[in-house]
Design a protein around this ligand. Structure first.
Ligand SMILES: NC(=O)c1ccc[n+]([C@@H]2O[C@H](COP(=O)([O-])OP(=O)(O)OC[C@H]3O[C@@H](n4cnc5c(N)ncnc54)[C@H](O)[C@@H]3O)[C@@H](O)[C@H]2O)c1
Ligand SMILES: O=C(O)CC[C@@H](O)C(=O)O
Length: 627
């Protein structure tokens, strides 16, 4: 079909309104600068939305600008850096369709032409206003006879061009829409990459959050095979708002829900979701994964991943990432604080005084200096606790099922029993492997010293709760701190545990990793992994998937193929690529016992049939054309 594409300039091809930028330049040294700029922006918006006549808006702004011809090179320099992101990444479209592209703008040719000429749009297809200068070069007005200086000038301008074919207008403002309303253009695309104007969006045939979406709808050549705004991300469990910002800024469509969802609700919700973000409460079960036909990635915004069926996810081609270190320090600081609070009996003294009892006593109050700390699980958290506790004067013992290098003066114990026998305080930091269920039961509690303390900030199921209760009630243990429970609620509210009401027992609601710092760090770490995978195919640090680190390619196509790891499958894939005469510029393969992940970079236009053929390869789990 013969089509013509009519682009607006300000806030469409560029991220800004050029006259606002000019104002920033010309008013740089004025004390009332902020106020004048605000006023100019207000007038710009009134003009764009059609609330005052365009000529009036232009006249008022030019007067306030106080600009000179010499300001224009700086304006052009700044505009070059402010081309809309998806316009820059789709330069190829402008090159290939140059003959069909027009710019109709109420801006000024003096700055539009130098910018769009770099996108292959020649001067003769730019329709815009021109400035009027006085003899000293001051900008004193504009050519008022130009159609584009007048109210609804875009309509008259487009009419006068008398173009053939289907005319599609792409712009952010109501003044772009009116060309469609007047029946001269056939379609209006409200362009919202830089600004969302309700009035334009309400009337649009399509809302297009970026050029990728526009090109996708029209099946035109584009940088991304699938626009990012079509990728839906669901973030559960109150993840830090920065995660939402990071992912939305990259162009994805993100929905936030503050709590976790039970299986049945998640099964419904996940049907159209491509990326799921969770913390420790959401169970990603086989049933959920079966319903998640579009799911590509699960991001665990925490350390633990046993809430996700990792094996099943891998078999479904769903990659899982977590944040292995972001909250390590937060857990360690809480553990240290609790060791001190327990050994000084701070909580009993505090609750007494809340009840009006003054009980100044040194009974059951000891320093941590010189005491034995036993760390079970000498991983990221265990090791960091070892260093800090030793710095505070404790003697550190540790036990781990794996061989672990002792840090500082820590002493390795050959068995859990040895560690329990020797410790004044035992702190649990084992991973969330189901084999660790009831690792500390009645027998182990009695292997601990009488009058010692237990801290559990790992997982609730690691400690047998009735046995712990009995050990505290009998006085065998002098105190404990518990942050995690075998059953935890999905959202904040009522909670019951058999441990409530016991003396010198600190209970916290799974907040070991809940600090501003940790959550902020996770909100960068996990979205970066998600974006790397979606944008480039990289699976570095995935917890359930063959790891591949990839360079981003320019001027190439990238195919991602996830398949069951069966003999001959790679040969089959490459036979298909050869049959379609594809030139492979790079191929990366990583496999584990079940799954193979191969990425192929190709250097030329491809026949769409090759995609069908690759998808049809037996044992294919997922296939994606990245760009
Ligand atoms: N309370 C919270 O908010 C919070 C925050 C972060 C992490 N965690 C939990 O803390 C735990 C530790 O986290 P990490 O980052 O240090 O994990 P990690 O994987 O780095 O370390 C765990 C260590 O435990 C060892 N281990 C496993 N089973 C063991 C056993 N039976 N006996 C002895 N050693 C054993 C492993 O070999 C490993 O060295 C995890 O369970 C994690 O989910 C809780
Ligand atoms: O913050 C959470 O929801 C979980 C914290 C912790 O248990 C983890 O696994 O990182």
């Amino acid at each position: 079909m013969d089509r013509k594409y009519i682009f607006d300039f300000d806030s469409t091809l560029t991220r800004v309104e050029a006259l606002d930028v000019l104002a920033e330049i010309t008013l740089k040294n004025r004390p009332d600068r902020e106020e004048v700029i605000r006023k100019i922006q207000e007038i710009t918006n009134l003009g764009i939305d059609g609330d005052i006549s365009f000529t009036e808006s232009l006249e008022q702004r030019i007067k306030m600008l106080n600009a000179h011809r010499d300001d224009l090179p700086e304006l052009i320099r700044q505009l070059r850096d402010k081309i809309s992101k998806s316009i820059t990444s789709n330069k190829e479209f402008f090159e290939k369709h140059a003959d069909q592209i027009y710019v109709i703008s109420a801006g000024f040719k003096e700055f539009i032409i130098p910018i769009v000429s770099e996108y292959n749009i020649p001067e003769e297809r730019v329709y815009a206003n021109t400035f009027e200068f006085d003899q000293e070069g001051n900008i004193i007005g504009f050519d008022a006879s130009n159609l584009l200086a007048q109210h609804n000038g875009k309509i008259e301008c487009l009419r006068s061009l008398d173009l053939e074919g289907q005319l599609q207008v792409i712009g952010d403002g109501y003044s772009d829409y009116v060309m469609r309303e007047a029946g001269i253009a056939h379609k209006f695309f409200a362009y919202t990459e830089n600004v969302h104007r309700d009035k334009a969006a309400r009337h649009a045939d399509h809302i297009t959050p970026n050029l990728d979406e526009f090109l996708f709808i029209n099946d035109l050549p584009r940088n991304l095979s699938y626009p990012k705004n079509r990728i839906k991300i669901l973030l559960l469990e109150n993840v830090h708002p920065a995660a939402f910002e990071n992912l939305s800024e990259d162009g994805f469509t993100v929905e936030l829900i503050s709590h976790s969802l039970p299986e049945a609700e998640l099964i419904e919700k996940i049907k159209g979701v491509h990326v799921l973000g969770i913390r420790s409460k959401t169970q990603v079960t086989p049933k959920v994964l079966d319903a998640a036909k579009k799911l590509m990635v699960v991001g665990a915004f925490c350390i633990g991943t046993t809430q996700i069926d990792l094996d099943y996810a891998r078999k479904k081609g769903v990659v899982v990432f977590n944040a292995p270190y972001s909250n390590t320090r937060s857990v360690v600081e809480l553990a240290l604080g609790e060791i001190i609070m327990l050994m000084r009996s701070v909580f009993p003294r505090s609750s007494e005084i809340h009840r009006g009892i003054w009980n100044k006593t040194a009974a059951n109050s000891r320093e941590i200096r010189g005491k034995n700390l036993g760390i079970v699980g000498y991983g990221n958290i265990g090791k960091q606790l070892s260093v800090l506790a030793e710095a505070m004067g404790m003697r550190v013992y540790y036990y781990d099922i794996d061989d672990k290098l002792a840090l500082g003066n820590a002493t390795r114990c050959g068995s859990l029993e040895d560690l329990l026998n020797v410790s004044d305080v035992v702190s649990l930091h084992v991973d969330d492997n189901p084999h660790n269920r009831n690792l500390i039961g009645e027998r182990e509690l009695h292997q601990m010293r009488k009058g010692s303390y237990l801290i559990n900030l790992s997982r609730g199921f690691v400690v047998d709760i009735p046995a712990l209760k009995a050990a505290l009630e009998s006085g065998w243990l002098a105190g404990a701190a518990v942050d995690v429970y075998p059953e935890e609620p999905r959202s904040n509210g009522k909670f019951e545990t058999g441990l409530q009401g016991l003396e010198n027992l600190i209970l916290t609601p799974h907040i070991g990793g809940s600090t501003e710092e940790a959550q902020r760090d996770i909100a960068d770490f996990v979205p970066n992994k998600i974006m790397d995978y979606i944008n480039s195919g990289s699976t570095v640090d995935a917890v359930n998937f063959p790891n591949i680190r990839l360079p981003k390619q320019q001027n190439a196509h990238r195919f991602l193929h996830i398949h069951e790891n069966t003999p001959g499958i790679m040969a089959h894939i490459n036979e298909i690529l050869a049959a379609y005469d594809m030139n492979i510029t790079g191929q990366y393969l990583s496999t584990d016992s079940d799954v193979g992940y191969v990425i192929t970079d190709l250097d030329k236009e491809y026949n769409k049939e090759v995609v069908k053929a690759l998808k049809a390869v037996e044992h294919t789990i997922k296939f994606r054309v990245l760009y």
